[in-house]
Design a protein around this ligand. Structure first.
Ligand SMILES: C[S@@+](CC[C@H](N)C(=O)[O-])C[C@H]1O[C@@H](n2cnc3c(N)ncnc32)[C@H](O)[C@@H]1O
Length: 230
C-alpha cells in the first residue's frame, strides 16, 4: 500500500463545481483518511490581464472562445508540472472529447501515479499548444460533447480513487467488479427480500442457488452469469 495520499490537482475556471461532489460520501471519507488529496485551483489566479481573462477568440475566425495557453502554462509551472526530466513531476491530463477513451484499464494505469493534474477545458476547448507542449495525455470520457472538463475530471477521479487501497470498504468488491477482468460485466446481484411481489400473483424471486449457502455452486452461477462486455 502507498503510504502517501494519491494527489489530484484540478485546474478549472469553475472551482465551485467540485465541492458538492468531492465533499460527500466515499470522496469525503477517502480525503479524511488521507488516502487521497484533492486540490482545486481557479485558473483565473494565473491570468495575466487586469480582468483575469483566461479565454480569447479563435485565430482564423469561428464561433466561441478558447482557453488561452499562458494561464495554463503559468498554473502548471506553479504546480511544478511543466514537462521536464524531473522524475517526480506530476502527470498532466487534459480532458478532451478528442482524447484516449477512458476505461477501467486507463484508471488502473493512472492509480499507479503519485500525483495527477487535470486541466478542464471550457467553451470551444483549449489552445492546441496546451496539447502539444504541456500535457502528457488527453482523456475523453466518451463520444459526446459536454460543456466543460469538470464532470469528466470528476468521473476520472472517482474511478481512479476507488482503486486506491482502502478507499472502497471491502477490497474484494473492487476485484470482482464489472470491467475489472478484461471484457467482463459483473454478474447480477440481489438483496432482501427473497421474493418481491409488485402485485397479486406476480413474484420476482431471487435465484434459488444464491440462497442455497453452497459456495461452489454460487461461484459457478456467478461465473456463468458474468457477461462479456459488448
Ligand atoms: C464544449 S467542449 C469543446 C469541444 C470542442 N470544440 C470539440 O469539438 O472537440 C469544452 C470542454 O469540455 C470538455 N469535454 C467535453 N466533452 C468531453 C468528453 N467527452 N470527454 C472529456 N472532456 C470533455 C473538454 O475539456 C473540452 O475542452
Amino acid at each position: 500500500m502507498k503510504n502517501k495520499a494519491l494527489r489530484f490537482d484540478i485546474l478549472t475556471i469553475f472551482p465551485g463545481m467540485f465541492s458538492c461532489y468531492l465533499d460527500e460520501s466515499m470522496m469525503k471519507r477517502a480525503k479524511a483518511r488521507k488516502l487521497i488529496d484533492i486540490r482545486v485551483h481557479d485558473l483565473r489566479a494565473w491570468a495575466t490581464s487586469k480582468h483575469r481573462q483566461v479565454d480569447d477568440r479563435l485565430f482564423g475566425g469561428g464561433p466561441g472562445m478558447l482557453l488561452k495557453v499562458e494561464p495554463i502554462y503559468r498554473a502548471l509551472k506553479a504546480l511544478k508540472a511543466l514537462k521536464s526530466k524531473a522524475k517526480k513531476r506530476p502527470y498532466v491530463v487534459l480532458l478532451s472529447p478528442r482524447g484516449t477513451r477512458f476505461t477501467q484499464r486507463v484508471a488502473e494505469r493512472l492509480v499507479k501515479r503519485d500525483r495527477i493534474v487535470f486541466v478542464c477545458g471550457r467553451y470551444e476547448g483549449v489552445d492546441q499548444r496546451v496539447t502539444d507542449h504541456l500535457v502528457d495525455e488527453e482523456i475523453s470520457i466518451g463520444d459526446f460533447v459536454l460543456t466543460g472538463g469538470e464532470l469528466p475530471a470528476m468521473t476520472v477521479i472517482d474511478a481512479v480513487a476507488r482503486l486506491v487501497p482502502g478507499v472502497v470498504g471491502k477490497e474484494a468488491s473492487i476485484v470482482e467488479e464489472s470491467h475489472s477482468a478484461e471484457g467482463f460485466i459483473e454478474h447480477p446481484q440481489y438483496t432482501r427480500p427473497e421474493r418481491f411481489s409488485p402485485k397479486k400473483g406476480v413474484h420476482w424471486d431471487v435465484p434459488e442457488v444464491l440462497l442455497s449457502g453452497d459456495h461452489k455452486k454460487i461461484a459457478e452461477w456467478r461465473l456463468k452469469n458474468a457477461k462479456r462486455a459488448a
